[in-house]
Design a protein around this ligand. Structure first.
Ligand SMILES: Cc1cc2nc3c(=O)[nH]c(=O)nc-3n(C[C@H](O)[C@H](O)[C@H](O)COP(=O)(O)OP(=O)(O)OC[C@H]3O[C@@H](n4cnc5c(N)ncnc54)[C@H](O)[C@@H]3O)c2cc1C
Length: 441
């Protein structure tokens, strides 16, 4: 390949976001040349790797931190993934139908969950209401030894779990199978600089330079780093929230979520079957503020300080967080969850909300497992921007930052980029084909 060749679109980052966009561009536009640049030797090596996230297809039904509006947004993007995998021979290696539920524990949570069921169930027809006897049938260990009142909302028989790495690989495979466009996958290719020269972008890598008419950066927290270096998105700073997990011998039949403390901007821990570790239940994730853009990669520490851009507005946002006692306690508690010697004991207390009879000996810290959610701090508002963030320069380059539920939303996010690219380059989108394949349940 002549690397000086010109691409219509270059995608930087081969996680589930970048590969989803690659697929959509190849399958539904008339663009002829597309390339994906990924610094590791495989796609989905970082947060989209199945070991590093919770493997949950977030549909909005059991995530009590979502408003109805947010829940319906993720319901749509989750359905796009289900539709995408429907005709694939490898579907059973990508998506799984574990039962799932969210439990209310204690009078207050039980009442809140009941209200939620009333509001949400008309929009989520698969929702079931469970009393204690019904929970006992589906998840006996959730009831064993429990003193407090408990109830639940459950979904049975639907897709709930995704191997996002297998999904990313399938996007690449499907993109390559399109006859009308040339798709280059450039692995072990680290981008060091992006520059606009006239109408084109010059992208420098360890394997030579690439040129493109449009660039989309889907590089997690590194997207913001590239944006800042090019003079975009200075109103964002990045707060990387690392998430760790704990393993126990299999004690749940499906996913069990807990009710979110509405003062906390981060999801409460849950218990899940791990599709990559049969026979185990995985608890987590924790939420640790970590000075790194990539988990367990110390080389990304200086890059964190570059995207943090500490100033009085960032300090104000931190202060706004820390002055809420629930958030303050939660942040310090999560720091302790990482301290060997005490972490298991502390985590046990939280995990017992899911399984009251869990014992210390059952829990094992999942070493080397977990990722980083690049949460944006919106300096204009002095608060966290929860969920995915996009910087559209309007000048032929887009930057995507994708904390949870970014993996579930990959096709929805890619769809937004598809339209931005089409408006800028004037390419055609096969809207009917898109609808038929991804939206038509
Ligand atoms: C603990 C945890 C639990 C989560 N659970 C869920 C869940 O259950 N469900 C859900 O929907 N979401 C979940 N998420 C969020 C989800 O994992 C992410 O939103 C998603 O994986 C983001 O995908 P991405 O492609 O944008 O980023 P990534 O998967 O991080 O991919 C970015 C890619 O860019 C590459 N890259 C970076 N810099 C460069 C460079 N200079 N040159 C070339 N390549 C570069 C990286 O190598 C990487 O492959 C979770 C996240 C965490 C951390």
């Amino acid at each position: 390949m002549n690397r000086q060749d010109l691409y219509d679109v270059l995608i930087i980052g081969g996680g589930v976001s970048g590969t989803a966009l690659l697929y959509q561009l190849a399958a539904f536009t008339d663009l002829k040349r597309i390339a994906l640049l990924e610094k590791y030797a495989t796609v989905a090596a970082v947060n989209s790797n199945g070991r590093n996230n919770s493997q949950t297809l977030h549909c909005g039904d059991i995530e009590t931190n979502y408003t109805l509006e947010k829940a319906q947004q993720v319901q749509r993007t989750a359905a796009m993934l289900v539709n995408y995998t429907a005709p694939l021979a490898a579907r059973d290696q990508i998506m799984f139908k574990h039962q799932k539920m969210v439990i209310g524990v204690g009078e207050q949570e039980c009442a809140a969950l009941k209200e939620r069921f009333k509001l949400f169930s008309p929009h989520f027809p698969a929702m079931q209401w469970l009393d204690e006897a019904a929970i006992q049938k589906l998840e006996p260990n959730v009831m064993k030894g429990r003193q407090e009142a408990v109830n639940a909302i459950a979904i049975v028989g639907e897709y709930t779990t995704v191997n996002f790495a297998a999904l990313s690989e399938s996007f690449v495979e499907q993109a390559r199978a399109q006859k009308d466009s040339e798709v280059d996958i450039c692995l072990s290719t680290t981008v060091s600089q992006i520059e606009k020269q006239g109408e084109l972008f010059q992208v420098k890598t360890n394997r030579g330079d690439y040129r493109a008419r449009f660039v989309v950066v889907c590089a997690g927290g590194h997207s913001l780093l590239f944006a800042h270096r090019m003079g975009y998105g200075h109103y964002y700073s990045c707060l990387p929230m690392a998430g760790s997990f704990y393993y126990a011998p299999k004690c749940l039949n499906g996913k069990v979520y807990t009710v979110q403390n509405d003062k906390l901007p981060f999801a409460a821990i849950h218990g899940d079957p791990d599709i990559l570790a049969p026979g185990k239940t995985r608890f987590g994730p924790t939420a640790l503020v970590a000075p790194m853009l990539e988990r367990y990669n110390i080389k990304t520490l200086p890059e964190f300080f570059q995207v943090l851009r500490l100033d009085h507005k960032v300090l104000q946002a931190f202060w706004n967080l820390l002055r809420v006692p629930d958030i303050r306690n939660y942040i310090f508690r999560n720091i302790l969850f990482e301290v060997p010697g005490i972490r298991r004991r502390l985590f046990l207390k939280d995990a017992r909300k899911v399984i009251p009879s869990l014992q210390l000996a059952d829990l094992q810290f999942a070493k080397g497992i977990g990722g980083v959610r690049p949460v944006m701090i919106d300096k204009r508002k002095g608060e966290l921007h929860l969920g995915e963030a996009k910087i559209d320069s309007g000048e032929g380059i887009v930057f995507n930052m994708t904390p949870s539920p970014g993996a579930t939303s990959c096709l929805g996010n890619a769809e937004k980029d598809l339209h931005i690219i089409s408006d800028y380059l004037g390419c055609r989108i096969d809207k009917e084909g898109f609808y038929e394949r991804l939206n038509n349940a």
